[in-house]
Design a protein around this ligand. Structure first.
Ligand SMILES: NC(=O)c1ccc[n+]([C@@H]2O[C@H](COP(=O)([O-])OP(=O)(O)OC[C@H]3O[C@@H](n4cnc5c(N)ncnc54)[C@H](OP(=O)(O)O)[C@@H]3O)[C@@H](O)[C@H]2O)c1
Length: 233
């Protein structure tokens, strides 16, 4: 079934729109009819989405000031898709550098808290159209060795998202989590055409899920963790 028009008339903000996943998500939302506002750390990172986004602006989304300024310049918004990311890991707990903990706490937790605090009033005002979606990692629910800071900050972001879902339920909106293990981009596939990427999820599949979550078809889906990854064998 085509997604064309399922988001007609919706205004959707994408946080971290210029990263690995962002450009595909911005295009999919726009193809589904949404007016898309894109934000990332710098203007250069937004070049890839400038042709399709209705608004593209640099914002430091790990700060309250950056998130508040972005929300207030947009005014009305139906949906917020959170894609700000980053990774540090590979060390056992006793050797985890504090800088890694602080960086992931900032990228994966503060960015969620600040953007949702800034946008929650707009999402509540959007009534039954109000949507929030977070892209998270399978390690939040099933931690693996050497990934403690990443797993813990994603788990905190998931709990915060499900809390927002409980609050949006009062106005008919939703907040959900899309869970993957790792993401494949077209560039990764081009560089390694023979690699199977068995437990990875393609950017197109994640973008389709996010379009669905923002649409009316997902109005009954709230506070859910939607797993889009194959089990590791
Ligand atoms: N990639 C994976 O395999 C994977 C697996 C599981 C879950 N996820 C999650 O899926 C989401 C999307 O992944 P991704 O690979 O597209 O993420 P990403 O490229 O690491 O980050 C997305 C964008 O957010 C930007 N960003 C960083 N700090 C920011 C700030 N202070 N203000 C505004 N923007 C900022 C990044 O800029 P910089 O590049 O300059 O930092 C990047 O352009 C993330 O939440 C990630 O945690 C990813």
């Amino acid at each position: 079934m085509s997604d064309a028009g399922v988001l007609a008339g919706r205004r959707i903000a994408v946080a971290g729109a210029g990263g690995g996943l962002g450009p595909t998500v911005v295009r999919a939302l726009a193809d589904a009819g949404a007016w898309v506002a894109a934000a990332d750390r710098s203007d250069e990172q937004l070049e890839v989405v400038r042709d399709v986004a209705g608004d593209a602006r640099a914002a430091d989304l790990v700060t309250a000031e950056g998130a508040d300024a972005w929300a207030s310049v947009l005014g009305e918004v139906d949906g917020l898709v959170h894609l700000v990311g980053g990774w540090r890991g590979g060390n056992p707990i006793e050797d985890t550098p504090w800088e890694d903990v602080e960086l992931l706490e900032s990228l994966l937790w503060r960015s969620v808290v600040h953007t949702t605090r800034a946008f929650a009033p707009l999402l509540k005002a959007a009534g039954a159209h109000g949507r929030f979606a977070l892209v998270s990692s399978s390690v939040a629910a099933r931690p693996v060795a050497g990934n403690g800071a990443y797993a813990a900050t994603k788990a905190a972001a998931e709990a915060w998202t499900l809390t927002l879902g409980a609050e949006l339920a009062e106005t008919g909106g939703t907040a959900n989590v899309v869970v993957v293990q790792a993401i494949t981009t077209p560039r990764m596939r081009a560089e390694n055409p023979d690699k199977e990427y068995k437990t990875f999820t393609d950017v197109d599949e994640i973008a389709s899920a996010l379009v669905f979550l923002c649409s009316d078809a997902a109005r009954k889906m709230n506070g859910q963790r939607l797993s889009l990854h194959a089990a590791a064998r």
